[in-house]
Design a protein around this ligand. Structure first.
Ligand code: SF4
Length: 232
């Protein structure tokens, strides 16, 4: 019988994980969605996508764009209630609208409205600056830094967290930081951005929250979940 992922040596785990990513690379298109938008638009999009599903997040993000609410000045000069109304269907509208407003104020005060200037700083400074804005937390910053830094960050969303638990990369209840570090340990920095996008696709289409298609999964033989939990 093949050993479960969690009982493999670190080297074996890396091989299996890299093979999974290569398999997903052949199967899904790699779509770096951030290429079409400014750093400010991307960060607003990341804030909106917190705790909502991708479809909702994308719909609300496009709505903001279509209303031209996508630059620092406009956000600063728009009534917060209007922003809340537009992003309502993404959930937590009051908190998210407040965060987007606080971000715009921060950029205006610190960078005269030109957010691109932050990209000249190193990742640690960017992280500290963004974390000083109320409502912006480590996960949001990680996604931003995944896009704009070469630190090789592999942010963990709900899909990636679920896959990591099921496969036995981390134990149930593992923290965000622990999960991120464990995943990053399995793959080289330059492949992590792609791994993030592809694992989300894998979580949405195969390793779904309910009724995963384990029969289509390239790592089923290493997966504890498919052997035990699913059939109990
Ligand atoms: S075997 Fe099933 S539960 Fe395990 S990683 Fe694959 S799809 Fe997910």
């Amino acid at each position: 019988m093949v050993k479960s992922f969690m009982f493999l040596s670190t080297e074996e785990k890396r091989k299996v994980f890299v093979k999974l990513i290569e398999y997903l690379e052949d199967k899904y298109d790699y779509n770096p969605w951030w290429n079409n938008y400014t750093p400010f638009q991307n960060l607003v999009g990341i804030i909106i996508s917190q705790r909502t599903n991708m479809r909702n997040g994308v719909k609300v993000f496009y709505r903001l764009l279509s209303e031209n609410l996508d630059d620092v000045d406009t956000i600063r000069n728009t009534d917060i209630r209007k922003i809340e109304e537009i992003i309502k269907s993404a959930g937590m509208a009051k908190v998210k609208a407040r965060t987007i407003k606080a971000l715009a104020e921060f950029i205006f005060e610190k960078y005269g409205g030109d957010f691109e200037k932050i990209l000249y700083k190193n990742a640690e400074d960017i992280r500290n600056e963004l974390l000083s804005i109320k409502g912006i937390g480590p996960k949001t910053v990680d996604v931003f830094l995944m896009i704009y830094s070469n630190e090789g960050i592999l942010p963990v969303d709900t899909h990636i967290y679920r896959i990591s638990i099921r496969l036995g990369i981390v134990r149930k209840g593992a923290s965000y930081e622990e999960t991120r570090a464990s995943l990053e340990n399995l793959i080289s920095p330059e492949k992590r951005r792609k791994a993030h996008i592809l694992l989300i696709e894998f979580g949405r289409k195969i390793c779904r929250a309910r009724n995963p298609f384990c029969e289509d999964c390239p790592v089923e033989k290493y997966c504890i979940f498919s052997r035990v939990d699913k059939y109990e």
